[in-house]
Write a protein that binds this ligand. Structure first.
Ligand code: 5AD
Ligand code: SF4
Length: 432
């Protein structure tokens, strides 16, 4: 979502006449788009800002001014603290107010040396004010939903991105059609809780994510549909059936479970047990046996015992994830879990994370190795490090490197997989 937001911010700046700088030293304006989900991410902003201040001072002694702004969830959470900790910052705006950047920047220029901040939860919808989202290649993000009402006890998102809102169906379809007409062949629908999407259609009826996917699948030229991130309790049968009916919907689902222990899931305020979660996966596999699963995990949530942690490993052994993201629990100010008793020691969190990640990597490597010899459609997204190399993604989000002509960039090509590591595949064009 932050990558998407950064793209939209760049779109505003472009409309204001800014062009991308080639290096930080050349930049008249620098905006940090920030994440508050874990302490490490939030603290990184301040060390990065410190480094940027040195560049700002250097530029100043050469007679050049630099405007520095901070956007995103850290702003929503830290508010005026940003200015207290980094007094050289000119402005700050939350994730729901960055459409106001033109006014904010005008204010900054009028009042250089003061701090302009906007952390409203605005009545207006930023999407109604942003310039058009343009395709940046074969694969585009499209935000359809924002915010979250789930209030998992460890999570800052409901406080920083606010309550759940969904964009109207017509707006999403219009944005998708534009992205496809500009060359996107894959669209990744985004939302903090994307499968609880409930946008209105032209008649004012609320529509689901499944409806939206079926509509998107009708767009000629759009070859691949993905969505992220989903909440287990919102995996409806209708959405599950899309995996049976719609070949354009990629057979890969990121569905975070967070923990395999029902005691911990309850303390996390998750509205599912591990049994509910496993039953959803059974249904998904019945709809399409080719589906590969991904998840997020948190280890060391307060009061997590060895047995609770073992329950998480048991789920991993059952599901055999093809990819996953795992984190040490990070207490976040203002969330209920930060105040829970029996916080787990850092050393234990570290040990558990290592055990979990080793297990996850084993399954990921096995899955990647099984891909060897298969022919997979790969959407090439970037140039590789070596001359003549492109990097793309398989339907399962595996990174694949291939020596292939540059005109295949942003196109889907059938590739025979020839090699595999934990993090990537290599391959050659079918027929070569
Ligand atoms: N500590 C550690 N991980 C967290 N996540 C969210 N909040 C925290 C936290 N306080 C993880 C969850 C979520 C992912 C985006 O980040 O696993 O799914
Ligand atoms: Fe945070 Fe996801 Fe839980 Fe919402 S569902 S509170 S975004 S972890």
């Amino acid at each position: 979502m932050n990558v998407y937001d950064s793209g939209r911010i760049a779109g505003i700046l472009q409309q204001l006449g800014y062009t991308p700088a080639t290096s930080l030293k050349d930049a008249d304006l620098v905006i940090f788009n920030t994440c508050h989900i874990r302490e490490k991410a939030a603290e990184k902003v301040f060390s990065d800002l410190g480094r940027l201040n040195l560049i700002r001072e250097e530029r100043l002694s050469a007679g050049k001014d630099t405007i520095i702004g901070v956007c995103g969830c850290v702003v929503q959470a830290e508010d005026e603290q940003i200015w207290k900790r980094a007094p050289f910052v000119d402005f700050a705006t939350g994730p729901l107010t960055y459409h106001r950047l033109p006014e904010i920047l005008a204010k900054v220029k009028r009042r250089k040396g003061t701090f302009v901040i906007d952390t409203d939860f605005p009545a207006e919808d930023k999407f109604d004010f942003l310039p058009a989202n343009h395709s940046s290649g074969g694969c585009s993000f499209l935000a359809i939903q924002e915010g979250c009402n789930n209030f998992c006890t460890y999570c800052v998102v409901p406080y920083t991105r606010g309550v759940e809102t969904s964009r109207p169906v017509a707006d999403v379809l219009a944005e998708a059609r534009r992205l496809v007409s500009e060359g996107s062949v894959e669209i990744n629908l985004l939302g903090q809780n994307v499968n609880s999407y409930h946008g209105e259609d032209a008649q004012g009826h609320e529509r689901t994510l499944a409806y939206l996917i079926r509509q998107l699948a009708e767009i000629d030229g759009l070859e691949r549909i993905r969505y992220t991130t989903s909440y287990p309790a919102d995996m409806t049968d209708d959405l599950i059936n899309c995996y049976r009916d719609i070949p354009k919907l990629m057979p890969y689902l990121h569905l975070p479970i967070q923990s395999g222990s029902d005691k911990i899931l309850k303390a996390m305020n998750r509205r599912h047990t591990s049994g509910d979660y496993l039953r959803i996966i059974d249904k998904l596999l019945a709809a399409n046996p080719q589906i590969g699963m991904s998840s997020d995990f948190i280890v060391g949530f307060p009061d997590e015992t060895d047995a609770d942690f073992q329950a998480t490993l048991d789920v991993v052994n059952q599901v055999k994830y093809i990819q996953a993201f795992s984190f040490k629990y990070s207490p976040r100010p203002g969330t209920p879990a930060a105040l829970m008793p029996n916080q787990v020691e850092e050393k234990v969190k570290k040990e558990r994370l290592e055990i979990l990640q080793n297990l996850l990597f084993d399954y990921q490597l096995k899955f990647n190795q099984q891909s060897i010899g298969q022919v997979m459609p790969v959407l090439f997204e970037h140039k590789g490090r070596h001359k003549g190399q492109l990097i793309g993604r398989t339907p399962y989000m595996q990174n694949l490197h291939a020596d292939i002509s540059a005109d295949k960039l942003n196109h889907i090509v059938n590739i025979k997989v020839t090699g595999a590591t934990t993090n990537s595949l290599t391959g050659i064009k079918e027929g070569d």
